[in-house]
Design a protein around this ligand. Structure first.
Ligand code: F1P
Length: 350
């Protein structure tokens, strides 16, 4: 009997977790509470560490896309070491969003206290609450209980929550009504593709690359981190078109080159797939739809087929990297529930 892997169970629980989170959001009065801060006239600064920093990247890309507001992501450490640069006065009201599953990560807590000292209001987005939820009146604590060391459902759920916030601030009824399709769409995708991802995990590669544009760049970074954390493999991530400007020098068949293809940048991004295939890359493609020319240059293809606006597909792309990381780890005889050198929270000496 195969040993239960909690991380895999939690990855596969994401459709149900998303359903619960969407029901929680429908009852939350926080979006209305934040309205008085004029969210469409603020400079949004998304802050986190590790997976939560890549979540910040995807959230910032989502706010730029949905709200057309200035939005940036930074690691919490930047506020501690270079506060004057991180908290730049852009002329717009700076509004930080501190993201932490545990609410206990030392760098995030120190950044929160620094913001308090500067009397800069901020939003906390968390699952466990921890110390973070006590440091601000603006808290979104999600009904997500995650036991795994690495973040999976907490990552995608907190991203959905921030996309929901942006859609509420934008009063975008088409987006808001589309969220309800996501849990069933993800359930179908996972049922149809997990076995293929498991088989891909059993293939040996020297290292892995993940590429994405816009909000998908944060997802590419997270896919790379998941494979590193769960399997001790070497990975890299770049903006897709940036890969031409030097990093492509590593291309050989033993490098699994992953492309998170957007709808908006489809033509330009597929051209990069073609060029890398011609250089000898083994290509992995995650896309919502695939034309025949893309299928011809793709070795491992995963089609989301989600009937929702493009930006709402963002979180689903991450599930391929989550599953791949765990299955590569298992193939290497590792335990994804107990990743080498890692702890569930990074807490530094006071
Ligand atoms: C942040 C984090 C995770 C990482 C590991 C250690 O946690 O760096 O991204 O995977 O679990 O902690 P948090 O601040 O979101 O709780």
């Amino acid at each position: 009997m195969t040993k239960q892997v909690v991380t895999l169970d939690e990855i596969n629980s994401q459709p149900e977790v998303w359903q619960n989170v969407l029901e929680f959001l429908a009852k939350s009065d926080l979006p209305a509470t934040l309205q008085h801060l004029h969210p469409t006239n603020m400079y949004w600064l998304f802050v986190g560490c590790g997976t939560s920093f890549y979540l910040a990247e995807a959230a910032a890309g989502s706010f730029r896309s949905i709200l057309q507001v200035p939005a940036q992501a930074i690691p919490a450490s930047e506020i501690l070491i270079f506060p004057e640069a991180a908290l730049v006065d852009s002329g717009k009201q700076l509004f930080p969003v501190l993201i932490s599953r545990s609410g206990m990560t030392s760098e995030v807590i120190r950044a929160a206290r620094d913001l308090q000292a500067r009397e800069i209001p901020f939003l906390a987005v968390t699952c466990d609450g921890g110390d973070l939820e006590k440091l601000t009146p603006y808290v979104l604590r999600l009904p997500v209980i995650e036991r795994s060391t690495v973040m999976t459902a907490s990552f995608t759920s907190m991203l959905l929550v921030m996309q929901y916030l942006a859609a509420r601030f934008a009063e975008n009824k088409q987006l808001l009504s589309a969220f309800e399709k996501l849990p069933a769409g993800l359930r179908r995708f996972l049922e149809e593709n997990e076995e293929s991802i498991k088989e891909l995990g059993e293939e040996e590669f020297e290292n892995y690359v993940f590429l994405g544009q816009g909000a998908l760049f944060g997802i590419a970074q997270e896919c790379a981190l998941k494979v590193t954390e769960s399997s001790c493999s070497y990975t890299q991530s770049f903006h897709t078109l940036e890969f031409r400007h030097g990093p492509k020098s590593i291309i050989v068949p033993q490098v699994l080159t992953g492309f998170l293809i957007s709808e908006r940048g489809y033509q330009e991004e597929v051209e990069v797939v073609r060029e890398m295939k011609e250089l000898g890359a083994t290509t992995l493609v995650i896309t919502n739809q695939a034309t025949s020319d893309l299928r011809e240059i793709t070795d491992y293809l995963f089609v989301l087929d989600l009937a929702v606006p493009e930006i709402l597909r963002t979180a689903a792309y991450a599930t391929v990297g989550q599953l791949l990381g765990s299955y590569v780890g298992l193939r290497k005889g590792l335990n994804p529930d107990s990743p080498k050198n890692l702890t569930r929270v990074v807490m530094l000496e006071a």
